[in-house]
Design a protein around this ligand. Sequence first.
Ligand code: NAD
Ligand code: USQ
Length: 398
Amino acid sequence: MKVLVLGGDGFCGWPTSLHLSQLAHDVVIVDNLSRRAIDLELEVESLTPIRPLGERLRVWRELTGHEIGFVHLDLAVEYDRLESLLREERPDAIVHFGEQRAAPYSMRNNAAKRYTVDNNVRATHNVLVAVVASGLDAAIVHLGTMGVYGYGWSGSAPIPEGYLTVKVPTPDGDLEREILHPANPGSVYHMTKTLDQLLFAFYAANDQLRITDLHQGIVWGTQTAQTALDERLINRFDYDGDYGTVLNRFLMQAAIGHPLTVHGTGGQTRAFIHIRDTVRCVQIALENPPSRGDKVKVFNQVTETHRVRELAELISRLTGVEVALLPNPRREAVENELNVSRDQFTALGLNPTRLSEGLLEEARDIAARYKDRADTTKIIARSVWRSGMETSPDLVKG
Ligand code: NAD
Ligand code: USQ
């Protein structure tokens, strides 16, 4: 099938594009390369030496014979070009990764807050309008986040996959209704994903668009079978305080002997998934789309949950690097439990990479191998949720 991968130059989008291309799908990447521009703005680079997109595509073609197209387009502002592209390409499916995805970056300052909302909400809405306007019946798969549910949900009841059945008391007895799980975003970035959910619900109901929303946990790991074929295909690895996600950051910090930067007590429990499973989940979602007229299909794209402190202790035991408990720059629950329903992907055959299997490979092949590229001044998270929450560099030893 023909698949447009929006945001296909990014951390999740690049390996997904290669995975789908390897499966003989006709892939076209749409990206405005804004993530690379933000690296320049933040004066930081991926720990891994990522190549320009044109070179990546040329190497992929030379190695495999598979051609991946590329359209440089801003989804949020170039609506007419987007609609024309859909009319010309007539894709069978659209995978939407094309948003600003870092919570700390989204809280950095007023400009970043406004950019994140403008970029993400307009990009998603433009895609939906363009699909309706071009009369396509393309299946849309969007990368959402576990963070739409928030982390105030505790107890033994697992977080359901998108919807909650509630009872509404009325004078005539209780009415049973299925509603979207209440949204509880913890950052401006996460808030944009909760807004996306409403856009999807509206267009699925009004225009019968076929939409799957993947509520993904924190992605860790770097390589897939395809990105590991040649160093010029390597995936990006963010370690800086804005874009680096917690487990990859800890691995990189351990590789250079930097104390592991636990925020607060590290009692935050979060959901995780390896990048190899991200690409498999997108494939499974594309192979199992909803029908016209169905509500938005929601999957929780998560394979395991861990407390941040426990991850740090695990890596500290493996490497001997000490754990630093830093003042938390974010507003988030100090401790939380997390119990997540994830039956659909398991039923559809996902066989996940566990932390216990992938961790050493990641530490050896990525963090240790490229540690000399690290800029240690970029490690501490400087974006704060409210002023006055800044971490003093003196608090981090080493
Ligand atoms: P990324 O920043 O590495 O990639 C996003 C890509 O989208 C970039 O290449 C960027 O240039 C492009 N992009 C952004 N705005 C665009 C626009 N207006 N027009 C065209 N292209 C645009 O992020 P990622 O880690 O690959 O995440 C991809 C998606 O998955 C995001 O929507 C994110 O919210 C979601 N997600 C990521 C994680 C994670 O841990 N990385 C976890 C859960 C969900
Ligand atoms: N944390 C630390 N130390 C660090 C970095 C983070 O203790 O050095 C803590 C944070 O305070 C937070 C947790 O680790 O409690 C997770 O932070 P993160 O940066 O790894 O993840 P998050 O900000 O939630 O965002 C990432 C992706 C985002 C995606 C989300 C999935 O950047 O795109 O939506 O994971 S989820 O968290 O499930 O919502």
